[in-house]
Design a protein around this ligand. Sequence first.
Ligand SMILES: Cc1ncc(COP(=O)(O)O)c(C=O)c1O
Length: 414
Amino acid sequence: MKDLFEKIRENRGPIGQHAKESHGYFTFPKLEGEIGPHMIFRGRKRLNWSLNNYLGLANHPDIRKADADAAAQFGFASPMGARMMSGNSNYHEQLEAGLSALVKKEDTILCNFGYQAILSAIDCLVDRRDVIVYDAESHACILDGVRLHMGKRFVFKHNDVEDCEKQLQRATKLAEETGGAILVITEGVFGMRGDQGRLKEICALKSKYTFRLLVDDAHGIGTLGKTGGGTGEEQGCQDQIDIYFGTFAKSFALIGGFISSDENIVEYLRYNMRSQIFAKSLPLALVLGALKRLELINTQPQLKDKLWDITNALQSGLKNAGFEIGVTNSPVTPVYMNGSIPEATNLIMDLRENFDIFCSMVVYPVVPKGMIILRLIPTAVHTMDDVNYTIESFSKIVHKLKSGQYMSDKIAAV
Ligand SMILES: Cc1ncc(COP(=O)(O)O)c(C=O)c1O
């Protein structure tokens, strides 16, 4: 038998095992100053492509003022208690109505965190007789929600509608035996590759199979669709999405999340979703902040247009310069390269220290060995100069990567 702490001392986890060398630089870096495309990292200004501040709302003057006014008026304590007991307010309900209008659903429930919202909604919607069918590259919150499920689950190959249908056939057979129902779960936009979930085609399977569809649209809300209503609006199938999830953590530049659906389903969630029944409600300062953000999303479509101008310039510029950006059809812009982990480490240090560009890097075990992904997140507050400088710099670093220059010892003193 082992002591628990001894076990933890020996096994630090797939990322944690590198904590000593990476903490503060590759992991847990500190980006300081006002949120935007130019932020301070280790005392110097860097061009920053690593925040999901898609619409540039994080530092928008109207938002900063609304946040400050709301905090001055209510502080962060109010309201006290869970919504069901003592934590409800007109503002919470006003925000829910506004979000329902944005995503064209009958009703909405606010949640304190996006991650917890998905996990808890899955837990609440299905019981042991029901069957879940979900995309293999789903976000951790979906996977963890599925882990809570006591019944069967079938996973389909990432964004593969044919395989989704195959799994639906297996699920249907099983649900017929158990007397249960089927919940299909996928994402509006997959945050690593940037590809939209094939929602319209999955919805079309409803003509052959009986299931309900839950979509995690964390990256789609505010960035896709004519009115910013998300990936379902973009693909013309929002009415076929039965349960729609959005977070405030990305284009809203806040914290919290929401789930929208038929009135009857949202009422059920309100009275059964454990993460909301047994937890303090979203503070009023955040609710008022979210209302202001919603107002800007509704009244300032130019923010989304600007995001797409930057996205299109960045993605077409990278492609024209010979970079592989995969199958993205959202602002998420992955740049795929080949190299070892030491090369990736040297490359990112060179990019940060000698080009002053800060972006996230993804390597094994998140992607296969030998693959490096530099992930760029364009926003409405980047400029064409930022785009051009980045493409020029990337061309230089990829040349160095291909000519083996990152194989040597560390190239930049950190
Ligand atoms: C696809 C997806 N779903 C859910 C979440 C979790 O949302 P939150 O940060 O609001 O907890 C994220 C990350 O933020 C995400 O990328």
